[in-house]
Design a protein around this ligand. Structure first.
Ligand code: SR1
Ligand code: MG
Length: 400
C-alpha cells in the first residue's frame, strides 16, 4: 500500500529507531516538525545529549495543498539519486544521507541546524565571504560530472533515463515559463503592480524569447540539474554551505541552475530597496550581492574551464575554441533563465520573502517594478550583456 504520512510523533520515533542505529539513548527522543517548503514533511528527531537527524517524508500530494493536488512520490527517488551523486563529487555541499526507504518515501539525513537558510541570511544582510567560492565549485563540479563532458556517453544516457522527472518538470514548465507571461489564474499579482504586469504580459518579444528558453528546458538533456536552486534551497554559515531539496532534479540545460541561483541574489537586491533598515547598509549589501555574483561566475567559469581542459572524456568536445564558446553560451543561458525565475517570483504563484515580506503594498510594488525591469532586460538582452561587470552596470542603471 502506498505510504501516506506518519500519524503521530511516536510513529516517527519508532521508524527511526527501527531503521538506523543512530541514537544511543532512544528513551529521550523528541520530534519537532520543521516543514516549511511547499511539498514535503520535514522533522527533526533529537535526543537529550544534543544528537539529532532530519527525516524528510514525501507524501503522494503537495503538502501545503493536501490530497486535492496529488503529486508523484517518485520525487523521493529523484532526490535520493541526486543527493547521492552530489555526495560522490561534492560531499561537503550536501547533508550526509543515513538512510533511504523507497517504499515509504523517506530519507534520513544529517541535521544541518548549524547552518541557516540563505534567503533568511540575505534578508538580514549577512555577508558570507566564502559563499561564492563554495557555490561556484558545487555548480561547476555537478554540472560537469553530470554532463557528457564528464561522463562517458553511455553513462550520461543512463543518467538522463534515470533522472526523468516528468511530473515535477511539468509543474516548472507551467509556473516558470507559462503563468508569469500571461494573465494566468494561478498568478499572484500585487494590485499596485497591475499596470506593469499587464504591460509585461503584452510584450511579444519577451514571449518569443521565453519560448526559446522553454524549448531548451524541455528538450536539452545537457547535465543533471538541481532543478530548483533558489536561495531557500541553500543553507549556510560563515564557514560552510549546503544544498538541499533536490526533488526537481532532471537532466536539462546547465544554465538553468546557475540562472535560478543568480536570480535569487538579484531578487534580494530588489528587495533591499524597501526592506527595513539603514539605507546605506542596504545599498552596501546590494554592492556585496553584485560583487558576489561576479566572483561566483568568475570562479565557476574558471573551475569549469579547468575541468573541461583536464577531464573531458570526449576528445571532440575538448577543442579550446569550442570550450570558450560553451562558457559564453552558458552565461547567456544563465541570464535568460535568471530573467524567467525573477519573473515567476514577481508575478507568478510562488513569491520570495526577500520581496514578499515588505509590508507596504506600494513599497513592495517598487521592488517588484525593478525586478520586472531586470527580468525583461536579462531575457531580451542576454546576448548583449557579456560579463558580470556588464550585468552589474545594467542592474545599477535600472535601479537609478
Ligand atoms: C507549485 S509552486 C512550485 C514551487 O514551490 C517551491 O517553492 C519551489 O520553488 C517550486 O518551484
Ligand atoms: Mg524546495
Amino acid at each position: 500500500m502506498p505510504f501516506s504520512e506518519f500519524s503521530d510523533q511516536q510513529q516517527i520515533i519508532d521508524y527511526v529507531t527501527q531503521h538506523i542505529d543512530y541514537f544511543t539513548d532512544d528513551s529521550t527522543l523528541q520530534v519537532t516538525e520543521l516543514s516549511d517548503g511547499n511539498l514535503n514533511y520535514v522533522y527533526r528527531i533529537s535526543d537529550a545529549g544534543g544528537n539529532s537527524l532530519i527525516l524528510k517524508q514525501t507524501p503522494p500530494y503537495i503538502r501545503v495543498i493536501g490530497d486535492g493536488w496529488p503529486l508523484t512520490q517518485d520525487r523521493a527517488r529523484i532526490e535520493y539519486n541526486s543527493l547521492k551523486r552530489t555526495a560522490e563529487r561534492c560531499p561537503q555541499r550536501v547533508p550526509k544521507m543515513y538512510h533511504y526507504d523507497a517504499e515509504h518515501c523517506v530519507i534520513l539525513m544529517q541535521d544541518i541546524g548549524d547552518h541557516d537558510n540563505l534567503r533568511e541570511l540575505m534578508i538580514q544582510r549577512v555577508r558570507l565571504p566564502d559563499l561564492a567560492a563554495q557555490l561556484a565549485d558545487y555548480l561547476a563540479v555537478t554540472k560537469f560530472y553530470g554532463s557528457g563532458m564528464g561522463l562517458a556517453s553511455g553513462e550520461h544516457k543512463q543518467l538522463v533515463r534515470e533522472s526523468q522527472n516528468p511530473d515535477l518538470c511539468q509543474i516548472h514548465e507551467e509556473v516558470f515559463f507559462l503563468d508569469p507571461f500571461c494573465d494566468h489564474e494561478r498568478n499572484d499579482v500585487n494590485p499596485a503592480l497591475r499596470d506593469e504586469a499587464e504591460a509585461f504580459w503584452q510584450n511579444n518579444d519577451l514571449k518569443r524569447e521565453v519560448a526559446i528558453l522553454k524549448r531548451r528546458y524541455m528538450s536539452d538533456t545537457e547535465a543533471l540539474l538541481h532543478g530548483d536552486l533558489h536561495t531557500g534551497s541553500v543553507f549556510a554559515n560563515q564557514n560552510s554551505c549546503k544544498v538541499i531539496d533536490m526533488e526537481f532534479a532532471f537532466c536539462g540545460p546547465a544554465g538553468f541552475d546557475t540562472g535560478v541561483l543568480l536570480a535569487n541574489f538579484l531578487l534580494n537586491y530588489c528587495g533591499q530597496n524597501n526592506l527595513p533598515g539603514d539605507a546605506d547598509e542596504r545599498a552596501g549589501y546590494q554592492d556585496w550581492l553584485l560583487t558576489t555574483i561576479s566572483e561566483l561566475w568568475q570562479r565557476f567559469s574558471q573551475r569549469f574551464s579547468n575541468l573541461m581542459q583536464q577531464h573531458c572524456v570526449d576528445p571532440s568536445l575538448s577543442d579550446a575554441g569550442y570550450q570558450q564558446w560553451y562558457l559564453q553560451q552558458l552565461w547567456q543561458d544563465t541570464l535568460g533563465y535568471a530573467g524567467v525565475e525573477i519573473s515567476r517570483r514577481t508575478v507568478g504563484i510562488a513569491h520570495v520573502a526577500d520581496i514578499a515580506s515588505i509590508e507596504s503594498e506600494t513599497a513592495r510594488a517598487d521592488s517588484e517594478r525593478l525586478a520586472l525591469k531586470i527580468a525583461e532586460s536579462l531575457i531580451l538582452r542576454r546576448s548583449e550583456i557579456q560579463s558580470p561587470a556588464q550585468l552589474a552596470d545594467t542592474v545599477r542603471q535600472l535601479n537609478s
